[in-house]
Design a protein around this ligand. Structure first.
Ligand code: SF4
Length: 223
């Protein structure tokens, strides 16, 4: 780890006690039909506006504009599903897990917010994702339970500039129980499937980008 790597306060990561595991098991019973019922109500939503916004992103002349259009597309997707999701203001579980961000997006965030960008970050590449899988898993575990460096008193201090991943992470269950952190970082959270948007982002911003956890791009947050 380089000297700029993040050091953030941790939140409670629950031990894997029989009680905790039982609570999760009980919640997972019936999870699939519960979430599928919600997804059915979303299936009729018009996705063409989102596709048009992604097209705008692809045609934009600067990285900043591409990111701006991708954010609009992500927000459209998020707004359509938010009323069915467990996510609520004040909940910050997903600010204590890994947030992968491309260099292009990190540079835009740095320009918009004035946060100091650690240009030495960017240890992952799209091409190397398979052979780097062990390192990525280690980085994911390192971030697990550690607060994002932009989290201030339970709120995002760069909300309008927050990464695409933060905009798109929606727990489609009825409450946050499955988002609660437990040892070893196993996740059963039924996140909204946003794969298409992530693929579009990689295509629009360029598959040559390097990636890293947000905390490594911005070890000091807005300090
Ligand atoms: S950028 Fe904001 S929303 Fe995203 S993880 Fe950090 S504090 Fe949370």
């Amino acid at each position: 780890m380089n000297e700029n790597a993040f050091q953030a306060p941790a939140v409670e990561v629950q031990r894997r006690t029989p009680e905790v595991l039982q609570r999760i098991e009980e919640r997972c019973a019936g999870l699939l039909p519960r979430v599928e019922a919600k997804m059915k109500t979303l299936s009729g939503r018009d996705r063409r506006p989102e596709a048009r916004l992604v097209d705008q992103a692809a045609q934009a002349g600067t990285v900043a504009k591409r990111v701006m259009w991708l954010r609009k597309a992500a927000d459209y997707l998020q707004e359509g599903a938010a009323h069915l999701a467990a996510c609520r203001k004040g909940c910050s579980h997903c600010c204590h897990i890994s947030v992968m961000v491309s260099r292009a997006e990190a540079q835009v965030i740095a320009r918009e917010t004035g946060a100091h960008l650690n240009t030495d970050a960017g240890q992952f590449t799209m091409q190397g994702f398979e052979e780097q899988s062990e390192t990525i898993r280690a980085a994911t575990l390192q971030a697990y339970g550690a607060a994002c460096t932009f989290l201030r008193e339970g709120s995002c201090s760069i909300y309008s500039s927050r990464p695409l991943q933060c905009r798109l992470l929606l727990n489609m269950d009825d409450d946050d129980l499955l988002c609660q952190l437990i040892e070893n970082g196993d996740s059963n959270v039924p996140y909204l499937n946003t794969t298409e948007h992530h693929i579009a982002s990689v295509t629009v911003l360029g598959a040559h980008q390097d990636y890293d956890d947000l905390r490594n791009w911005f070890p000091s947050g807005l300090a």
